[in-house]
Write a protein that binds this ligand. Structure first.
Ligand SMILES: Cc1cc2nc3c(=O)[nH]c(=O)nc-3n(C[C@H](O)[C@H](O)[C@H](O)COP(=O)(O)OP(=O)(O)OC[C@H]3O[C@@H](n4cnc5c(N)ncnc54)[C@H](O)[C@@H]3O)c2cc1C
Length: 540
């Protein structure tokens, strides 16, 4: 049987990345279709880490509670080098986020929560058994695709203007569009892990424990389902070994501690690791997100987190462009912003890999790497996602007064505004937020800015007045939301007390633009360039 349909946006792959993409489009009312060639959801875990920037994203989507209710808050990674007394750690409790920890949560459970949210809130259900198996690009840049359902035998042709490849490490989208995936393998590096109950492990539940010897690496951490994740790597030996997996794990554990006894695992897996980065994250109207674009060592547990952040970066931009309320130029920033993050993740995980999995190298040198200046803070801020910045990609207009504090392209930290509000509460909606910050005297000017921004585009940007005293603001009939910042905390964080200003914040939590209220013409130029409602050229 064969059918023919058209659809606005096709997302290939219903893993964590594809589901974040679907949520970001659906939140903004943009229809999409989510397909996956598997027969159904995965019921085994891979990732167990949800980092702070991911939790901030979930909070912005209104779904953080789904993860907080049963996830385990881990303080970070604790390092045990065989034969050494020093116990370095990467401690996440000091990061500047409402989520100062690693939330331990199994990947299959993360995927289930995202799936349930997609279905109950937006009525979107992944279409399983459905493989993309042919891509033709039309003259206008849109796609003619062939999908095959291996359950029904149905072959379907589909025309779509936008294609998002969230289809994992062996991405069909990437290969079909001939996008290079450059890098190398960690030669001979074999990883095994199991989810298992055990007796008598002495490590505390609120750390992820790393054990290193010259020959091997062992990770143990408690999982929310009562099991522990036990991960091992050895240079080739495990692969060649004919030991049953549990016995191999037990032997390795015995080399690091006494008395811990493993039960039979509920799940075990073995895999080899790569480091690869797509040369281009975008080809015309097609995009790569997640493992389709980057893979690296599991050190620090970042792959899934970075993949979901790719989709979070692209989702709002694609939604605005597809609706005709954002300039197509917005989409150019996806590759420019996210490929360097993939690159830094590879470098960062490589550096961590040299400490925890440099098999054959002595403990002394590896321990010394943890004592280098800034090792702790650099690693924690990178792994948590706090330090990734797009600042270098932002060109500020000549003549704009330079302000201290967080700059365009940087993540805007949270701050407590009053007993009733945190800044992140004010930003929690699908639009960009235009924060107009000033005292009572600046209100009229702020309202004028809001009115002019509204004249360009009412849909993409939500103006919010931030003042220390309560006031109602009316911009030509539309009441502007106003929030109290009783202690001038936002001004303090911006390091500009007493200088009325505007701050345009992207839906993914990064600063898009910032200027003094008296320099509003620069802001209006920026808004006009990126967010003026188009005459619906690509509107759906
Ligand atoms: C053992 C292990 C442990 C890990 N631990 C961590 C960790 O602790 N922390 C962390 O952040 N990351 C971790 N990772 C990495 C993490 O699992 C991945 O980064 C994550 O799954 C990537 O998500 P994704 O949605 O991009 O791709 P995937 O999860 O691979 O999903 C891609 C989907 O696309 C579908 N697909 C492929 N081709 C097609 C096609 N032609 N048509 C339709 N559908 C298609 C596939 O069936 C699949 O469901 C770990 C990985 C492994 C293997």
């Amino acid at each position: 049987m064969s059918t023919s349909t058209t659809n606005p946006i096709l997302i290939v792959g219903a893993g964590p990345t594809g589901m974040i993409m679907a949520i970001e489009l659906a939140r903004r009312g943009v229809p999409c279709r989510l397909i996956d060639k598997k027969e159904g959801p995965t019921d085994t875990s891979r990732s167990f880490t949800l980092h702070a920037k991911t939790m901030e994203m979930f909070e912005h989507m209104g779904i953080a509670h789904r993860f907080l209710s049963s996830g385990i808050k881990s303080k970070g990674f604790s390092f045990n080098f065989k034969g050494k007394d020093e116990r370095p750690s990467l401690d996440f409790t000091g990061i500047d986020s409402p989520f100062p920890y690693i939330l331990v949560f199994n990947q299959n459970d993360t995927e289930r929560e995202l799936r349930e949210h997609l279905e109950t809130t937006y009525g979107i259900v992944p279409q399983w058994h459905t493989a993309l198996n042919k891509i033709s690009v039309s003259d206008d840049g849109s796609f003619n695709l062939v999908l095959y359902n291996d359950l029904t035998g149905n072959k379907e042709t589909l025309d779509t203007p936008w294609l998002v490849g969230c289809d994992g490490i062996h991405s069909f989208v990437r290969k079909s569009l001939r996008l290079d995936f450059e890098g190398e393998n960690y030669d001979g590096m074999v990883m095994q892990m199991m989810d298992v109950a055990h007796d008598n492990f002495q490590g505390s539940d609120d750390w992820v424990h790393y054990y290193m010897s010259k020959e091997n690496f062992l990770l143990i951490t408690r999982l929310p389902n009562g099991n522990h994740r036990v991960l091992i790597s050895e240079m080739g030996e495990t692969d060649a070994s004919d030991l049953a997996p549990r016995e191999a794990f037990q032997k390795l554990i015995d080399g690091h501690m006494e008395g811990t006894q493993l039960a039979e695992p509920s799940w075990a897996t073995k895999w080899t690791i790569w480091k690869r980065l797509a040369k281009q994250y975008r080809a015309g109207n097609a995009f790569l997100c997640g493992d389709a674009a980057h893979v690296h060592s599991p050190s620090g547990g970042q792959g899934m987190n970075i993949g979901m952040q790719d989709a979070y970066n692209l989702g709002w931009k694609l939604a605005l462009v597809a609706k005709g309320t954002g300039s197509p130029e917005l989409l150019d920033s996806y590759h420019v912003e996210r490929r360097p993050v993939g690159d830094q993740a590879i470098l960062g995980t490589d550096a961590m890999h040299d400490i925890i999995m440099a098999h054959g190298h002595g403990m002394e040198d590896r321990l010394a790497l943890t004592q280098e200046p800034n090792w702790h803070d650099d690693a924690v801020s990178r792994i948590s996602g706090m330090s990734y910045t797009y600042q270098d990609t932002y060109d500020l207009p000549a003549g704009l007064t330079s302000l201290p504090g967080p700059q365009p392209g940087e993540r805007l930290p949270d701050v407590k505004l009053s007993d009733a509000h945190r800044l992140f509460d004010v930003l929690r909606h699908p639009q960009l937020t235009l924060l107009m910050i000033g005292d009572k005297d600046a209100t009229n000017e702020a309202i004028d800015v809001a009115r002019q921004v509204a004249a360009h585009n009412v849909e993409a940007i939500k103006p919010v007045l931030v003042t220390s005293q309560h006031q109602e603001a009316d911009a030509g009939g539309a009441i502007i939301e106003s929030v109290l910042d009783t202690n001038h905390s936002l001004e303090a964080m911006l390091a500009t007390r007493g200088q009325p200003q505007t701050l345009l914040v992207r839906p993914d939590g990064y600063i898009a633009f910032r200027c003094l209220l008296t320099e509003q013409s620069y802001l209006l130029d920026y808004v006009q360039r990126y967010f003026t409602t188009l005459s619906a050229t690509k509107a759906i």
